[in-house]
Write a protein that binds this ligand. Structure first.
Ligand code: ADP
Ligand code: MG
Length: 227
């Protein structure tokens, strides 16, 4: 589904004198049903790699191929359509809007471009997903009335609302206590299996990484598969 071919990402200092080689010649393929963890210390390039996979950034060299299409051949409109429909993002911070309730937060991306009828269907889907993650009772609550773990579950549902083929999660448990982190990790794995999506998580938590089928370490710009 997504293929990275010899991806490098280098950042230049302000004057352009110093080049920081964050990723070097990384190749990786992700298929439906895969669950992958990328582990490594802070600053090793995990977020950079995930952002490239999510088409949020372009590599310095190498190709990113999504279902056979090289993404740098797509214009902005096609690229954002691909991102919206096919990829779900979960970040360390839930980024829910405090002035909207749980249901509204999830429907927000659909509000602008949907007919009344579509919105009704999306709303039913949101309620179904919220029930699946144990939040049926909190539909009309505001983020400030929920725990960190509950907010992150809402963020997971928001990532799922367009039925993506892949979830990309950047330190999804990084701001949670042990128990909530366990719950979110198990929830992501459960959803990945039941909905036959791909899941790629970057994390420095080995607990979370161990829930994935495949694990890589990212060090000195290179991926190495872990046993
Ligand atoms: P991680 O997520 O593993 O903590 P990042 O991918 O965020 O690491 O960052 C990897 C390295 O690249 C860090 O040294 C960071 O300072 C640098 N970096 C990230 N984004 C930029 C940028 N936009 N410009 C310059 N350097 C960057
Ligand atoms: Mg990061």
């Amino acid at each position: 589904m997504i293929k990275l071919e010899k991806i490098s990402k280098h950042y230049q200092s302000a004057g352009g004198q110093v080049v920081h080689k964050v990723l070097n010649d990384i190749s990786l393929e992700i298929r439906k049903g895969d669950s992958i963890a990328i582990v490594g210390p802070s600053g090793c390039g995990k977020s950079t790699l995930l952002n490239l996979m999510g088409t949020l950034d372009l590599p310095t060299s190498g190709k990113i191929i999504f279902d056979g299409v090289e993404i740098n051949t797509l214009d902005d409109k096609k690229l954002s359509a691909l991102r919206n429909k096919r990829i779900g993002f979960v970040f360390q911070m839930h980024h829910l809007l405090p002035q909207l309730n749980v249901l509204e937060n999830i429907l927000l991306p659909a509000l602008a471009n949907s007919s009344k009828n579509q919105l009704k269907l999306t709303s039913e889907k949101a309620i179904q997903l919220l029930s699946e993650v144990g939040l049926k009772a909190h539909l009309y609550k505001f983020p400030g009335q929920l725990s960190g773990g509950e907010c992150q579950r809402v963020a997971v549902v928001r990532a799922l609302i367009n039925e993506p083929d892949i979830i990309l999660a950047d330190e999804p448990t990084g701001s949670l206590d042990y128990e909530s982190a366990e719950q979110i990790g198990n929830l992501l794995v459960d959803l990945q299996t039941r909905k036959n999506m791909a899941l790629m998580i970057v994390t420095h938590s080995l607990d979370l990484a161990n829930k994935m089928k495949t694990r890589y370490s990212l060090l000195n710009g290179q991926l190495n598969q872990l046993k």
